[in-house]
Write a protein of this length. Structure first.
Length: 338
């Protein structure tokens, strides 16, 4: 048996205490280091990319029975987000896949009218290929684009440049439907976005607002809400970008998060057979039966607006010149000008 002196016990106790506190200090430092590493990794990690899907009709091609199998591939890169809205859950949308000066100025006319007439739908969106921002164009197109950027500040327009490199690098041409397919992920903050074809002319902002406010909208699919899948006013028309280049003249888009990080994107057109509702947005032929809210114009095979049988052509042209002074819309812009 070994007897320990008082001094030896003191040394052992002091050493033990030193080892314990040293270990605790080491473990605390290690924990703080790992937390710092995790914070740095979180800061530099790109955001998770949700999957964007479109729906197709079921085999019965029923308006009320949609097949929720995903058709669209994962979007590799999210577009810049729209700044958070201040009022309202809805927005009006115009988009162009080709930089035509007349159509650009027609969109400015619409946004100016909406701004001046006190629409209840506060957000106004203009979507275009991001490549326009770095391309060299002819003077008329460059002028129209400059005027659009100035109008965005004056009339509260959100400009949405959409990166189309994924489509063009795969050999696809940029079309209105492909632009919307890639860009519609921007609409998740809205209950609904109403696309209106340009060129066209606003006649009554209150009536146009009623397209979104007068009747229940489909919004997100919900088995407990009949209007979401069997809506009297809205007919489901899925976006078929791989088959069609052009959008319907008026098109309601709703985009929502669903389970497993997927996104539900739905498209609808108004039921023109519904008394009164189908004439709120119409072509020139609908002007004779009462003033609609918005009139979209027909175009010929060259893409120019038809002036025959269009009683609004003169007024529309005059308003174009007001917002785009200096441009001659009667000039023919060839493909070489793009």
């Amino acid at each position: 048996m070994v007897l320990l002196t008082h001094s030896t016990v003191s040394v052992i106790v002091s050493t033990g205490i030193f080892v314990i506190f040293t270990s605790l200090l080491f473990l605390s430092g290690y924990a703080l280091q790992q937390q710092s590493v995790r914070n740095i990794q979180h800061a530099i990690r790109p955001p998770d990319q949700p999957k964007a899907h479109l729906y197709k009709r079921s085999s019965q091609d029923s308006q009320s029975d949609l097949d929720f199998d995903a058709q669209q591939e994962v979007i590799e890169e999210l577009q810049p987000e729209i700044p958070a809205r201040t009022t309202g859950n809805y927005a009006y949308l115009q988009l162009l896949s080709e930089p035509d000066p007349s159509n650009i100025c027609s969109a400015i006319v619409l946004f100016k009218q909406l701004f001046a007439n006190g629409t209840a739908i506060q957000d106004r969106l203009f979507m275009y290929p991001r490549e326009w921002d770095t391309m060299s164009f002819s003077k008329p197109i460059s002028t129209a684009l400059s005027l659009l950027h100035a109008a965005s500040l004056q009339y509260g327009i959100w400009l949405l440049p959409i990166d189309m490199k994924a489509a063009t690098s795969a050999g696809y041409a940029i079309t209105d439907t492909k632009l919307l397919r890639i860009g519609q992920i921007q609409f998740m903050q809205y209950d609904g976005v109403l696309f209106l074809q340009t060129p066209g002319l606003l006649l009554d902002s209150t009536k146009l607002d009623s397209v979104l406010t007068s009747r229940p909208l489909p919004l997100r699919h919900d088995k407990k809400r009949v209007e979401s899948y069997n809506n009297e006013a809205w007919i489901p028309v899925p976006l078929r970008a791989e088959r069609e280049a052009d959008l319907p003249p008026v098109y309601l888009i709703t985009v929502n998060n669903i389970e497993n990080g997927n996104i539900e994107a739905r498209g609808h057109i108004p039921n023109v057979a519904l008394d009164g509702f189908g004439r709120i947005v119409t072509g020139p032929w609908g002007v004779q039966s009462g003033e609609p809210g918005y009139v979209f114009f027909e175009r010929d095979i060259d893409g120019k607006v038809k002036w025959e049988h269009n009683p609004l052509f003169g007024s529309w042209r005059a308003q174009q010149y007001e917002v785009c002074d200096g441009l001659d819309f009667d000039d023919v812009y060839d493909d070489d000008d793009l």
